[in-house]
Write a protein that binds this ligand. Structure first.
Ligand code: FES
Length: 266
């Protein structure tokens, strides 16, 4: 919500600069632009605090982390450029129109701000960052565990893949596992381990970051719920059930049973 303020103030400052070029006889335009810029910088620094919190909340292997890093670097550059801009124009508040150096800095600042705003939009709408509407009570997995069946299974073949870390899961804790391109969540509920596909059937929200209510997992993005025992949708907007995976213990090892079906490419 806070990001609207720096964008609004900084764009206002730029518009006042342009007006001063067209109507240099109007008094106070550059002073107004200066104070709009000052407020924009203050608002940007305030918005940075929740921004850093959101950033540190993104798991390390989330595809949105790279975009978030670029978004943050661009925002820091914008604040630095406007800081210099403010300093340059502070000694020329009574000029009738804006001079070239601060105007150029404003153009660069607005350009970087636009790119950064676009990246921020992608973080929210494409990657679902900061969309969660509930609090988890257990830690979210920071990494995906990559495993392999070790061979090309034939149709209908059942393969047992041990998952070394599954046994240590506490109640309500999740583990994200990728086995030969199938990404799944393993969770312990009621002292029993369950496995189901990681990505929500609505818009691919990460279910390992969802919250658990009894045997229901609630998607962190738009709150669809699924029964983790059967994969059935228990609450929309999702309409398609989840794929579930059987978790077994063999020779003292906990693992996933994978059944190769003819639709699978791997
Ligand atoms: S992605 Fe929309 S409910 Fe899961």
């Amino acid at each position: 919500m806070l990001v609207h303020f720096p964008i609004g103030f900084l764009v206002l400052s730029f518009l006042l600069d342009l007006v001063s070029l067209a109507f240099p006889e109007v008094p106070g335009l550059l002073r107004g632009s200066f104070y709009a810029m000052l407020l924009g910088i203050i608002a940007a620094l305030l918005a940075a605090l929740p921004g850093f919190v959101d950033y540190s909340d993104i798991r390390r292997d989330h595809p949105g982390k790279v975009i978030a890093s670029r978004h943050m670097i661009l925002n820091l550059m914008v604040v630095a450029i406007y800081g210099i801009n403010l300093w340059i124009r502070s000694s020329a508040l009574s000029d009738p129109k804006i001079s070239l150096p601060p105007l150029l800095l404003s153009i660069i600042g607005i350009g970087l701000l636009s790119v950064s705003g676009y990246l921020g939009g992608r973080l929210v709408y494409d990657e679902g960052i900061a969309v969660g509407r509930h609090k988890r009570h257990t830690p979210t997995p920071q990494d995906t565990l990559h495993l392999s069946t070790g061979h090309a299974a034939s149709d209908g073949e059942v393969t047992f893949v041990p998952v070394p870390n599954a046994e240590q899961l506490g109640n309500g804790e999740t583990l994200r596992v990728e086995i030969d391109k199938q990404v799944m969540t393993i969770v312990r509920i009621d002292n029993q381990l369950y496995g189901f596909q990681e990505f929500c059937t609505h818009r691919f929200g990460p279910l390992s970051e969802g919250s658990f209510h009894g045997f229901n997992v609630q998607c962190p993005w738009h709150n669809s719920c699924f029964d983790i025992r059967t994969g059935k949708v228990t609450n929309g907007p999702a309409k398609v059930d989840l794929k579930t995976f059987k978790i077994e213990t063999r020779d003292g090892k906990v693992g996933v049973l994978l059944i190769k079906d003819h639709d699978q490419k791997t």
